[in-house]
Design a protein around this ligand. Structure first.
Ligand SMILES: [Zn+2]
Ligand SMILES: [Zn+2]
Ligand SMILES: [Zn+2]
Ligand SMILES: [Zn+2]
Length: 384
């Protein structure tokens, strides 16, 4: 498995692994916790390879080229009213109040002037729309990862470094979880949730997953986007006694996405890539990855970078890799920047900037408690 695949797989947060490891180490199942970063990623391995190894099939290539030209944009649909008095871009008369609602760049007296000007304006309009879209796409995401609610240290990006607790709906770092498991198992033999002190499930109490589903359903009913996204993952995998149901999985992810869950957008993109619950559609996959990236999902942004690199847009690829690496400490993106530097595509300054940003991220997420957890269990690893 390549390092890229490994990281995507790791951050896919297989909670199946969580269970087996927990049974193996302490006889306690942490099934009410789930790795978070890309908890519900179920992109198929072959599709992952397609993006990262450049083995994208021709139809996908064509679709990607299509994205770049954006010639499907229907321009100047309906013009919107604007109060500013300007001259008409078609006839030159003063008092034009109708603005092109796509690019907001030009004004017209009326629909007739707009229609006459359409063929002249089309190219400029498309260019501006693409520019506006890029401004949004490459903007730094509004907020960073949250801190762990117990140790108040920034949560790591890596899915195995943090777990979602469906008892209280908190995302807790692996350091705090491990510390409490060590302490509680010596005192009472049943570890409690480090945040709300509800007992974690024992493997023999899981009842084929019924209690796990019952617990997460309470959070789902409360409108917890993380829980909804996780339930989507359970359906996509057919876990805890649930049938494998891609339609249901997609429906839940759309619901979580509506609540602003960035990883849900990423997973919807993957569903379109793999044709799960929907028809395969690379354009739509990219659209949802872009939405995820704009919300700050580093894995989605890295994939967008890989897609851009694949079609030869190195500059755009670099922008994505830099953002994923600088904002979220995504190490595979740093490796891509490193690769660009070694091939002479980027300057030493850019490379140094990337290294410094990654070091800053490491300083922010490092803790001795997390180091102890990571040393004790592979699935508590928080830095790769
Ligand atoms: Zn006019
Ligand atoms: Zn326009
Ligand atoms: Zn913590
Ligand atoms: Zn809890």
């Amino acid at each position: 498995m390549s390092s890229k695949d490994r990281t995507v797989a790791l951050s896919s947060g297989s909670d199946v692994d969580d269970i087996s490891n927990d049974i193996g180490t302490m006889g306690i199942s942490n099934t009410n916790e789930i790795s978070v970063a890309a908890a519900a990623c179920d992109m198929s391995t072959s599709k992952k390879e397609m993006i990262f190894s450049g083995k994208m099939d021709t139809s996908c290539d064509q679709k990607l080229e299509h994205t770049k030209t954006r010639d499907d944009i229907d321009i100047c649909g309906t013009c919107t009213d604007d109060t500013a008095e300007e001259s008409c871009d078609n006839c030159g008369k003063e008092g034009a109040k109708n603005t092109c609602n796509k690019c907001k760049m030009v004004k017209y007296c009326n629909a007739a002037c707009k229609k006459k000007h359409k063929s002249k304006h089309k190219k400029a309009c498309e260019r501006r729309v693409a520019e506006l879209r890029d401004i949004e796409l490459f903007k730094q995401p509004p907020q960073k990862e949250d801190d762990c609610p117990i140790c108040f240290i920034r949560l790591p990006l890596l899915g195995s470094g943090k777990k979602y607790k469906s008892c209280c709906g908190k995302v807790i770092c692996s350091g705090c979880i491990h510390a409490v498991i060590i302490r509680d198992t010596t005192e009472t033999a049943v570890p409690l949730c480090p945040f709300c002190r509800v007992a974690m499930f024992r493997e023999d109490e899981t009842d084929g997953g019924k209690r796990i589903i019952q617990q997460i359903m309470k959070r789902v009913d409360a409108g917890d986007a993380e829980a909804i996204n996780n339930l989507g993952f359970y359906y996509s995998q057919g876990m805890y006694g649930l049938p494998r149901d891609f339609d249901k999985a997609l429906e839940l992810r759309l619901q979580a996405a509506e609540l602003g869950h960035k990883n849900a957008y990423y997973n919807i993109g993957n569903a379109y890539l793999c044709g799960r619950g929907v028809d395969e559609d690379m354009m739509k996959a990219i659209h949802y990855w872009e939405l995820a990236a704009m919300k700050g999902d580093a894995v989605a942004r890295h994939i967008l970078g890989a897609v851009e690199e694949r079609v030869g847009n190195k500059e755009r690829a670099l922008k994505h890799f830099m953002l994923a690496e600088k904002e979220d400490g995504y190490s595979d993106s740093l490796k891509e920047v490193q690769d660009f530097y070694s091939k002479g595509y980027v300057s030493k300054d850019v490379y140094i900037e990337a290294l410094r940003a990654y070091q800053k991220y490491l300083n922010e997420v490092k803790s001795s408690q997390r180091d102890e957890a990571a040393a004790a269990r592979e699935d508590y690893k928080y830095i790769d």
